[in-house]
Design a protein around this ligand. Structure first.
Ligand SMILES: [Zn+2]
Length: 136
């Protein structure tokens, strides 16, 4: 299957999402910085410890790995059927936690934007999206 990651590709994905300063996150930071916005990183006091926090704007940005956070209909989110029993509970728990955090943030008056790892493929579109969210 074309959309199934190989074992080595998967371990690369896994090692990437375990580190705090993942490449997609650094890319998003660079874009946001170039747009002239200031932010705080990984604010633990807020639900889900958002990757970027714009306090004055009451906005937060999460940069999510597609596999770990189970991006819907994304080819990077697929996991091997043979290891289904292993991944399914973990990944479902992640999803539930994500939506709970988003709900709690919204209740406290924060606007949330989730940027997915696969969106790094189109920087122009990504920049447009970030600009719209932060200016809107
Ligand atoms: Zn994705």
């Amino acid at each position: 299957m074309v959309d199934t990651l190989t074992q080595s590709a998967r371990s690369r994905v896994m090692s990437r999402i375990k580190s705090k300063d993942t490449k997609p996150e650094i890319l998003v930071r660079r874009i946001v910085h170039s747009l002239g916005f200031r932010y705080r990183l990984h604010v633990k006091e807020l639900p889900g410890c958002p990757d970027m926090v714009f306090r004055r704007l009451a906005k937060v940005i999460f940069v999510h790995g597609c596999f770990w956070h189970q991006h819907k209909k994304c080819k990077l989110a697929h996991f091997p059927k043979s290891r289904h029993y292993y991944w399914e509970p973990k990944l479902n728990a992640n999803r539930r936690r994500d939506s709970k955090n988003t709900r709690e943030l919204a209740k406290a008056g924060w606007s949330c934007l989730v940027i997915w790892e696969c969106e790094m493929a189109n920087i122009q579109e990504l920049t447009r999206k970030l600009k719209k969210f932060l200016n809107g």
